[in-house]
Design a protein around this ligand. Structure first.
Ligand SMILES: C[S@@+](CC[C@H](N)C(=O)[O-])C[C@H]1O[C@@H](n2cnc3c(N)ncnc32)[C@H](O)[C@@H]1O
Length: 203
């Protein structure tokens, strides 16, 4: 599909989308917030006092949701892009795959944390196979990082794509966590190959 036709279709979809409308009413920066809300409704991953890392956080709706709905949270957000300030969070602009950035995140917390949530995705190239492979690599990296930084009872949530890397991620996750679920929240677009992996309790 030509790029301008792709963009036109995207704008039409956005205008019709109930989640886009709702996010504007509720003051969230992205419709993606409802994916996290639906994941949390089903898997109860968030709580008051939670310490978490939000990977690939821009424009910031996931962290907005956590700050708005839970008390005494300690949150680090990281993204390649600058994120408009969200009160009571620590924001890092940088590449999560950079070892120095992983160290920066770990140094910010006193010890191990409760959750790593990742909605990281590469900028879409238009080639769904390439996008899903590269995003799959990011998920594996996030998964490995989560096992270094999470408490034993901790939780890892990540976007994954139905594609070549799907089985590999599930296999690694099952080796590292006792509970592994895959869930496509209703807010995730039906024509997207995206799903989420929800992992609890390190082995
Ligand atoms: C779908 S958006 C996240 C939306 C976000 N959850 C929200 O609710 O606003 C995916 C983000 O992942 C970021 N990203 C991709 N690769 C990254 C990397 N290596 N390090 C940090 N962020 C990355 C992109 O810049 C993009 O902003």
């Amino acid at each position: 599909m030509k790029k301008n036709k792709f963009s036109k279709n995207w704008i039409i979809k956005q205008k019709r989308d109930v989640y886009v409308k709702q996010s504007k009413i509720e003051g969230y920066r992205s419709r993606a917030v409802y994916k996290l809300q639906e994941i949390n409704e089903k898997f109860k991953i968030l709580k008051n006092g939670i310490q978490l890392v939000d990977l690939g956080a821009a424009p910031g709706s996931w962290s907005q949701f956590v700050v708005k709905n839970f008390k005494n949270t300690k949150i680090v957000l990281i993204d390649l892009k600058e994120i408009e300030k969200i009160n009571d969070t620590h924001q890092i602009v940088g590449d999560f795959t950079d070892e120095n950035q992983k160290k920066n995140i770990m140094d910010y917390f006193d010890g191990k944390i409760d959750a790593v949530i990742s909605d990281m995705a590469v900028n879409t190239t238009g080639n769904k196979s390439i996008d899903s492979i590269v995003t799959g690599e990011l998920s594996v990296e996030a998964l490995n990082f989560s096992t270094d930084i999470l408490k034993k009872q901790g939780c890892f949530v990540s976007k994954i794509f139905m594609g070549p890397s799907f089985n590999e991620i599930i296999t690694i996750a099952k080796k590292k966590f006792k509970q592994v679920n895959v869930f496509k929240p209703p807010a995730s677009r039906k024509d997207s190959k995206e799903s989420f992996i929800i992992c609890k309790q390190l082995r």
